[in-house]
Write a protein that binds this ligand. Structure first.
Ligand code: HEC
Length: 157
């Protein structure tokens, strides 16, 4: 049986070696937990690392799947059905002209409730609050503006 012990990696003081390994494992778990706690959804490869980028990336993904038919992937209002809309066209979300207001609560209201008398519908039944905030954050990114602090997290605090 002694032969088996001696054959273990680490050799001589098997107990001491094991204690060291366990301590190392505990530290590793704590580090991983700390990182996971700070950002539950790590941004994809090349996604920066801040929570702002995570929120903006989610907004971009939602925008490109649900909003680009009118607004275009670029946000310039050149989506495939933009031409055929009745009423005002979708405008250009990349310029700094915010027809319906440039404050975060105004942008959230436009996305959640829509704009009466236009083809811009309200999305509050399609998206939850966090998703609407992410979309609003992406509106600032499209316009080349800094994302307001209050939109940089997915949930209001
Ligand atoms: C069916 C076409 C259509 C879709 C889909 C659509 N929009 Fe719009 N959107 C419009 C139109 C048209 C306007 C311009 C209304 C106006 O001029 O008053 C507009 C205006 C806006 C504005 C206001 C821009 C400003 O200058 O104030 C925002 C923000 C916006 N849309 C975001 C979104 C988001 C986010 C989505 C997806 C969740 C979306 N839209 C989906 C048609 C659309």
């Amino acid at each position: 049986m002694d032969d088996d012990l001696d054959a273990m990696p680490g050799g001589g003081s098997a107990a001491g070696g094991r204690g060291f390994l366990i301590a190392g494992a505990v530290v590793a778990v704590l580090v991983v937990a700390a990182i996971a706690g700070r950002s539950l959804m790590p941004p994809g490869p090349g996604g920066g690392g801040g929570s702002t980028e995570g929120v903006v990336a989610e907004g971009k993904r939602l925008f490109e799947s649900r909003c680009s038919s009118c607004h275009g992937n670029s946000g310039r209002g050149d989506g495939p059905i933009a031409q055929g809309l009745s009423g005002p066209g979708p405008g250009d979300l990349t310029d700094d002209d915010w027809k319906h207001g440039d404050q975060p609560d105004q942008v959230i209201a436009v996305i959640a409730k829509g704009i009466p008398g236009t083809q811009m519908a309200g999305w509050d039944s399609a998206f939850d609050e966090g998703q609407i905030r992410a979309l609003a954050a992406y509106m600032y990114r499209l316009a080349g503006r800094e994302v307001p602090e209050e939109l940089q997290r997915e949930q209001a605090e």
